[in-house]
Design a protein around this ligand. Structure first.
Ligand SMILES: [Zn+2]
Length: 150
């Protein structure tokens, strides 16, 4: 999945789990579960410059939405949401280091990440764009629902 659903899912978990260690574990698990769901990803490999721009936009979007959602929450809940969002996206951070280092750093972790990514949809069998986008919209709406119900 792209960055925003991962961050929002982790942030939503952060509003529900007060133990920071458990939150890190569950947010990391949420990342891999969301990666298993058939989804669409933007291309970051054909051009590093264009890929970096797409990633920067996605990071900015996830940050803006997260801060908008936590703006009026108590400080402790804000901190937990940010902690959860961080762990929700950290697995892709390691994957980005792997990809942008020409596969030099974290190769075993990249294998694990790709295992989850291809568990349901094998490599080279991307779902239809509408399904791939729809699953991410559902993930975002589920996370938003958690914040709305606070
Ligand atoms: Zn991932």
């Amino acid at each position: 999945m792209i960055i925003t659903p991962h961050v929002l899912a982790g942030a939503a978990l952060g509003t529900q789990i007060s133990n920071p260690v458990l939150l890190a574990v569950y947010a990391t698990i949420s990342h891999h579960v969301l990666d298993m769901v058939p989804h669409w990803d933007y291309d970051i490999l054909s051009s590093k410059k264009t890929g970096a721009r797409k990633i920067a936009f996605d990071i900015a979007l996830s940050g803006i939405v997260t801060f908008a959602l936590i703006w009026n929450l108590p400080f402790q809940t804000q901190a937990h949401a940010l902690w959860g969002g961080f762990w929700g996206i950290l697995p892709d951070g390691f994957l980005a280091l792997y990809l942008f280092s020409d596969k030099k750093y974290f190769p075993r972790y990249a294998q694990l990440h790709n295992f989850f990514h291809r568990l349901i949809i094998p490599k080279g069998h991307a779902p239809h764009f509408a399904i791939g986008l729809g699953t991410q919209i559902i993930a975002v709406l589920a996370a938003l629902n958690v914040f709305i119900s606070l």
